[in-house]
Each structure stands twice: as C-alpha cells, then as structure tokens.
Design a binder for this molecule. Structure first.
Ligand code: PRP
Ligand code: URA
Length: 212
C-alpha cells in the first residue's frame, strides 16, 4: 500500500499482543470490551506526540519553576455509534475532562453505504482537537462521512483512531481527508465480499454489546 504522511500504523508489541487476543473468536464480551478500552488508551498515548504544551508556573517545596502542561479543554471525543462507543473510556483515561459528541452511522448491509442517523457535538469543536473513534475502518465510507459531518460543523483539527483497518479504508480516508491524522493499531490484508475485514475480528459492535 502507498505510504501517506498523515497515516500512522502502530507496531508496538503490547498493542499487537492485545489485538491478537481481541481477534480470537473465543474472547468473550467482557474481555473484548476491556481490550478495546486498553488498546485505545495505548493508541491515544502514542497519538499525542504533536500536542502543544502551555507553560505554567509551579511552586515545588523548594522553588518556583516554569513547567509545561496540556491545555484544559483542548480535546473533544466523538465516537461513531455504535462500536466507537467502546473506545470512549480509553481516551477518557488520558483526557478525563474531554467532552463527548456522538455521530450515529450504520452501514447498509446490502449496499455497504453509510447512513447518518444522529449527530450531536459539544460546543467549541472548531478550536479543539477532535478524536473521532471507530474500531473498524473497512471500506472507509463511515469514517469519510463522519469526517465530512465534523468538518461541516466547524472541526478543523481531527484525529481519527481505528483499531483495525483495511487498505481500502485507509486509501479512501487519506484521499478524501488528507488533512486528518489517522491512527491505526493494525493494518489487515483485505475485505471480503461482504465488506468484512480479513483476518479482522468480526462485527465489532456485536462483539462489544452481545448482539447478532
Ligand atoms: C461498523 C464499524 C464502522 C463501519 C466500518 O459499523 O463500527 O462504523 O462498520 O465499515 P466501513 O468502513 O465499510 O464504513 P456498523 O455499520 O456495523 O454499525 P454498528 O457500529 O452499529 O455495529
Ligand atoms: N465493521 C465491523 O464491525 N467489522 C468489519 O470487519 C467491517 C466493518
């Protein structure tokens, strides 16, 4: 696959270890949910290398010093419903005060076309880093539509995080939204004829929430 400057695929051993358990069809709902959260926290940490810190004066027990902190209220979290919800707590572990918006999307099972059914965002997305979350980037249709919806409502600085991606999805997002930084824990081989990622992990929403 072509290399894209704004697409970051992690190959951290701890993330790979956890993704291998996530994929296993014998991993149950509780462990699956916990792994999605843990992997998301690790990915968030890795995605923060470009964060701009602000100086603050700190008084230690010995003297005053200028130190650097992440600005308050600098991040918003937006999961794509439903499966993206499973990643929210993972980002909240790193940014506990981040406000949360929601975008509702589902893929039409026949056409694979994404359908938007809900969008509610916190105020100020125009001056925050918006973390758009979905564990699966398959054809890329849902992610591209969600990114367009965010931009239409003023977001300019967006990071999209997916746990597993297919090359098709990465290529579509990189072509349609080259300004968005895309963080993926694992790049898989391809899609099957039903738009499922191979080897993948199956239907992320169903495995998170125990539906079929
Ligand atoms: C899944 C997944 C993504 C989308 C990815 O959602 O969580 O949102 O498919 O596929 P795409 O890249 O081809 O658009 P699904 O439509 O199954 O909805 P759900 O989260 O409610 O289960
Ligand atoms: N959505 C999923 O949940 N899994 C896939 O493999 C593709 C889309």
């Amino acid at each position: 696959m072509k290399q894209y400057p704004n697409v970051f695929v992690f190959d951290h051993p701890l993330i790979r270890h956890k993704v291998s358990i996530l994929r296993d069809k014998n991993t149950g709902m509780k462990e699956f949910r916990e792994l999605i959260e843990e992997i998301t926290t690790l990915m968030t940490y890795e995605s923060m290398r470009d964060v701009e810190l602000v100086p603050v004066e700190v008084a230690t027990p010995l003297e005053k010093t200028v130190q650097y902190r992440i600005p308050e209220e600098s991040v918003a979290i937006v999961p794509i419903l439903r499966a993206g919800l499973g990643m929210v707590n993972g980002v909240h572990k790193v940014f506990p005060t981040a406000r949360v918006g929601h975008i509702g999307m589902y893929r039409d099972e026949e056409t694979l076309e994404p359908q938007e059914y809900y969008c509610k965002l916190p105020d100020g997305v125009d001056h925050k880093t918006v973390y758009l979350l979905d564990p699966m980037l398959a054809t890329g249709g849902s992610a591209c539509d969600a990114l367009t919806a965010l931009k239409k409502r003023g977001a300019t600085n967006i990071k999209f995080m997916a746990i597993i991606a297919a090359p098709d999805g990465i290529e579509k997002v990189a072509a349609e939204h080259p300004d968005v930084k895309v963080y993926v824990s694992t790049l898989d081989r391809c899609l099957n004829e039903h738009g499922y990622i191979l080897p993948g992990l199956g239907d992320a929403g169903d495995r998170l929430y125990g539906t079929k």
